[in-house]
Write a protein that binds this ligand. Structure first.
Ligand code: FAD
Length: 512
């Protein structure tokens, strides 16, 4: 990467968010951009999570880009390797390869208030950009809790998002820590293979059956020959989930009926009343993500599985000790303990107009205008930012809404002409956040009686969108310039040193 290279847009990350942004930029006729990726291939979540059983838990026909339908999804909930291959295909189909910069971890981005641009330091060199689109993912940096004695554990330790495929689990005594979305896919996949599996469960999950089946050849042929059938299928999957939102956001008591279905799902597989009691949650369904599996409970009922209804507290040599004192000797510890969500590592690396990092700005909780823009961080936006997560539908819908917003943001900058930057007004950010937090008060995520990764250290829900995806789509259709301050270079600023042909220079010329 040449030093001092300048681009109009720097996209960070090459998961669904970053690749989607890249496609959208090209569709808008913008080619002066790079995608900076710390790894050496695309895929994000679907490159990093290769654990046995890894699959989406939103049906594939909805969990994919609307502009790149895939008539050939092999299963209703396709596996990681198929989703990863899909993202590789999207990369090729839309000609994104020339824009990709692998092994380019972004170490720091600093706003240059004089030149109205971002100075970006990466593992493969430095560059500047007019606009940064940060798509580093909410579930991208694995979190392993600080467990006393873990460092001296003589066996194997890894996180579900960094699966060690060279380690053979056959016959091993394995401790699985956590009962989240990854753990419930891992448990049934490794249970037949391991010698003994001990599941450390701090909080039981509500688990509904997963209606996963092969998508037949006939269906696939139909989808290929008649593309509107793929659209109709997607529309149906989307509509059902939109209808569910009211119960999550306004009438959590209506979810009691779903709890009965989940209890029946458990009772079918778990005959031992003591185990059933351990596995029955004491909070309203939906408060934590509802998990889908038809194989999790049957696996837990197998004789080589123990459920410890307590979190891991300590490791003593090869013995793992639960908070309730239960001791188990194991060969391997697998952490299914999630990610840094409300303390996104990228926030420590973005330095805004006042010289403080985004993490410092967000020390009392993340907030961003329309889930994208933070005050004091001009021309910087994040994809899947604060309060854009979903409890029941496809994140791709939210990503595509944010891409509409991104496209309009760039259009607005063009319309403004010359060198300009948009900085979200603090009043607009606060007003947006207040509206979101007011709506949050009645939701199941806040009232359901659980603690979850949706909540930050102070108990505020800074991750979930408390509405339908169509409401979010409407809220992000256009950039309202009244919500932004337009920044111009200070008088006397040195002329633009941008290389000839760069978009910043072109914009200036066009405005002249
Ligand atoms: C196991 C698992 C299953 C999931 N299943 C579903 C599902 O079924 N339905 C659903 O809606 N959502 C699901 N999700 C959520 C999922 O994360 C999102 O749907 C989506 O994939 C996020 O895409 P993204 O591009 O924002 O982030 P990611 O896919 O995480 O991509 C972020 C990219 O940014 C890169 N990056 C991070 N930091 C830097 C840096 N400093 N410099 C350069 N590059 C950087 C990362 O390497 C990564 O490639 C799942 C998540 C997990 C972990």
């Amino acid at each position: 990467m040449a030093e001092h290279e300048h681009v109009r847009v720097a996209v960070i990350g090459s998961g669904f968010g970053g690749l989607g942004a890249a496609v959208r930029l090209r569709r808008e006729g913008i080619t002066d951009f790079v995608v900076l990726e710390r790894a050496s291939s695309v895929g994000g979540t679907w490159r990093d999570n290769s654990y046995p059983g890894c699959a989406c838990d939103v049906p594939s026909h909805l969990y994919s880009f609307s502009f790149a339908p895939n008539p050939d999804w092999p299963r209703t909930f396709s596996g990681q390797e198929h989703i990863r291959a899909y993202l590789e295909r999207v990369t090729d189909t839309f000609g994104l390869r020339p824009h990709l910069r692998f092994d380019s971890e972004v170490k720091r981005m600093t706003w240059d208030a004089e030149r109205l641009r971002w100075r970006i330091e990466t593992a493969s060199g430095d560059l500047t950009a007019d606009v940064v689109v940060s798509a580093t993912g909410p579930l991208s940096d694995p979190k392993i809790p600080d467990i006393p004695g873990l460092d001296s554990f003589p066996g194997k330790v890894f996180h579900s998002a960094r699966w060690d495929h060279d380690y053979d689990l056959t016959g091993k005594r394995v401790a699985m820590i956590g009962t989240g979305a990854s753990a419930i896919q891992i448990v049934p996949s490794i249970q037949p293979k391991v010698g003994r599996l001990t599941l450390f469960q701090r909080t039981p999950a509500w688990v509904m059956p997963r209606v996963d089946r092969e998508i037949s050849g006939v269906e696939r042929l139909l989808h290929r020959q008649l593309p509107f059938t793929t659209k109709a299928r997607r529309g149906l999957l989307w509509g059902i989930r939109e209808l569910q939102v009211q119960a999550f956001t306004k009438h959590p008591n209506e979810l009691g009926f779903v709890e009965q279905l989940a209890k029946r799902n458990m009772a079918r597989a778990i005959k031992d009343p003591a185990l059933r009691a351990k596995l029955t949650p004491d909070y309203r369904i939906g408060c934590k993500r509802i998990l889908l599996s038809s194989t999790y409970y049957p696996a837990l009922a197998q004789p080589n599985v123990d459920v410890v209804a307590s979190g891991l507290a300590e490791v003593r040599g090869s013995t793992v000790v639960a908070a309730d004192g239960t001791e188990t000797e194991v060969d391997a510890i697998i952490f299914g303990t999630g990610f840094h969500v409300t303390d996104m590592p990228i926030a420590e690396r973005v330095v805004g107009a006042d010289g403080r990092t985004l993490a410092e700005h967000w020390k009392d909780g993340m907030q961003a205008l329309r889930g994208a823009a933070a005050a004091g961080f001009p021309n910087w936006m994040t994809i899947i930012g604060p309060n854009t997560g979903l409890g029941n539908s496809s994140m791709i819908l939210m990503i595509e809404s944010q891409l509409n917003y991104m496209a309009d943001y760039l259009r607005q900058l063009d319309v403004l002409g010359g060198r300009a930057a948009l900085d979200a007004r603090p009043s607009a950010v606060h007003a947006w956040n207040r509206r979101v937090q007011d709506r949050m008060e009645r939701t199941v995520w806040n009232t359901g009686g659980c603690t979850s990764w949706y909540l930050d250290a102070s108990g505020r829900n800074t991750t979930i969108w408390p509405g339908t995806t169509s409401e979010f789509r409407r809220a992000t259709r256009r950039v309202d310039l009244a919500e932004y301050q337009v920044l111009r270079p200070a008088a006397g600023t040195a002329p633009d040193e941008t290389a000839p042909g760069s978009s910043a220079k072109k914009t200036q010329e066009a405005a002249a």
